[in-house]
Design a protein around this ligand. Structure first.
Ligand code: SAH
Length: 484
């Protein structure tokens, strides 16, 4: 096929990739078109031609898809954070459900009939905007040298000024405006990645959705040797920020490294508490996620990992808890436990919970959160799941009635899966943020003697292509002790 760069073409968008790009065909030749939506006719400009496929830029929608909606954010195409904001929310949920289904069939090798039989509807949000409890804004300067806060234009490090992200909480804008005004008034320079000069790098804002508490952490290009003032006119800034209703914690993070990593290793609280508190409730999955009244509180520091969508997190972990089918006696392992969010959900219904987590600070947080909630039947181990588990199994012959895993995108390592098979829990609950690696791991566990019983997606990231998923595996009658 002879297509030229910059050529204009008309295409029908007939499908979508798992990354949310539209797929159009011209004489059978596939074009990937970012921002185009399934079911529309569009004019595109050819940007790159490969042997078997090509890329095009959406120039004009000729006949809009029935699923196209007016996006909330004027910057959604430049930003790239919300890949599918121009698609109706209902269609987004359908897209996510088929993403999970396809991966289980193609990568996991599961029978489509089985999947259709057991897969439950993906759990969406009633109000799919302003759901993030955490925002990290880069700070830079515009052409005139004025300080700006915004986002990096897709795959670049150019900051586009925008303090009104429609996924974040409304308080973000006010806090950012206070910081930018302070910077202008006091000539405080923004950090420049190219030279390594300047002072203010990023602003992190967190909000406890139930408590209402707000945290601001300003990341500065400074080693943090003890001194009285790290910022010019520091007290003026603190006073202005402390005036925001529900402000609870104002801190600095010191990051003098020339790196993409946002947060520095050290931090200092300037005003208020070191942490904010938030509470999550266990929900009744059988009764349309009605609140059960049981809640768990967490202390969250600037560095803690905490799911960014607390409303949906409650639903996700409540599904995991219901799949675990606990009666109060079980020994449960929670691998990749982070600050123990799932572990603490499980602890109230289990005999004993063991958590495993690689980040030492997260393990300390998990222990602290146990004490805070008066939970005494949970114990945490620091280390890699694929090392801690085999070691404990070989040395101590540990056992499990139920295992819960919630690994990062890359999924579980083989030694971890193998030890899980040897430990042979009655049930395995796998919580996943990437259904492709989930499917790969389920294949191994099912070949090792488990049966896939339940699957349910939960939308923690509306407007993006990401989806979380919970599955239940049951030990089958065919299970045999694996040979080494
Ligand atoms: N279930 C937790 C965290 C899930 S995120 C929660 O909901 O809060 C995945 C976690 O796995 C992170 O905390 C990460 O630090 C941890 N992790 C990553 N690789 C790991 C490994 N090899 N072994 C144990 N934990 C790991």
């Amino acid at each position: 096929m002879n297509f030229q760069k910059n050529q204009m073409l008309t295409v029908e968008i007939v499908d979508m990739t798992s990354e949310g790009e539209g797929i159009g065909k011209v004489d059978g030749f596939p074009f990937f078109v970012k921002d185009a939506i399934i079911g529309e006719r569009a004019q595109i400009r050819v940007t790159r031609v490969k042997k078997n496929y090509a890329y095009g830029r959406l120039e004009k929608v000729l006949t809009p898809s029935p699923f196209r909606v007016e996006p909330k954010c004027a910057f959604h195409r430049q930003c790239g954070g919300c890949q599918i904001q121009a698609m109706s929310y209902e269609r987004q949920l359908q897209f996510k459900e088929s993403k999970i289904r396809n991966n289980l069939i193609r990568i996991g090798g599961f029978d489509p009939e089985l999947i259709d039989q057991i897969m439950e509807p993906v759990v969406g949000m009633e109000e799919p905007f302003h759901y993030r409890n955490k925002a990290q804004y880069p700070i830079g300067e515009d052409k005139e040298g004025n300080p700006v806060a915004g986002f990096y234009a897709g795959r670049t490090h150019t900051i586009i000024a925008n303090t009104e992200c429609s996924l974040g909480v409304r308080e973000n804008q006010r806090i950012l405006e206070i910081i930018l005004t302070y910077m202008r008034n006091n000539h405080v320079p923004a950090y420049q990645e190219t030279t390594g000069k300047g002072l203010i790098r990023h602003v992190l804002i967190r909000k406890g959705f139930r408590s209402g508490e707000l945290m601001v952490c300003i990341v500065i290009n400074c080693k943090g040797d003890p001194k009285k003032e790290y910022l010019p006119a520091q007290s003026e800034l603190i006073e202005a920020l402390a005036g925001v209703p529900h402000m609870t914690s104002i801190s600095l993070s010191f990051n003098p490294e020339r790196t993409n990593v946002i947060m520095g290793k050290r931090s200092l609280t300037l005003w208020g508490r070191d942490t904010i508190e938030d509470t999550i409730q266990i929900r009744n999955v059988e009764k349309d996620f009605e609140a059960s009244g049981e809640e768990i509180s967490f202390d969250i520091s600037p560095l803690s990992f905490f799911q960014v969508n607390p409303v949906q997190m409650e639903k996700l972990y409540s599904i995991a808890l219901s799949y675990a089918g606990l009666t109060g006696k079980e020994t449960v392992w929670d691998l990749y436990c982070g600050i123990g969010t799932i572990s603490l959900f499980l602890a109230g219904k289990a005999g004993r919970v063991y958590g495993v987590e690689v980040v030492p600070q997260a393990v300390r947080d998990a222990e602290r959160n146990c004490n805070k909630n008066g939970i005494s039947n949970a114990l945490f181990f620091e280390g890699k799941a694929e090392e801690v588990l085999p070691e404990k199994y070989d040395r101590e012959g540990i056992s499990a009635d139920v295992m819960v895993v919630d690994p990062p995108r890359k999924g579980c390592d083989l030694p971890c899966l193998n030890t899980m098979l040897k430990m042979a829990p009655e049930r395995i609950v796998y919580v996943s943020c990437d259904s492709a690696t989930l499917a790969r791991d389920l294949k191994i566990l099912c070949e090792g003697g488990y049966e896939l019983k339940r699957v349910r997606g939960a939308d923690l990231f509306p407007m993006t292509v990401h989806v979380e998923c919970v599955v239940l595996l049951q030990k089958s009658a065919r299970w045999q002790l694996p040979l080494d």
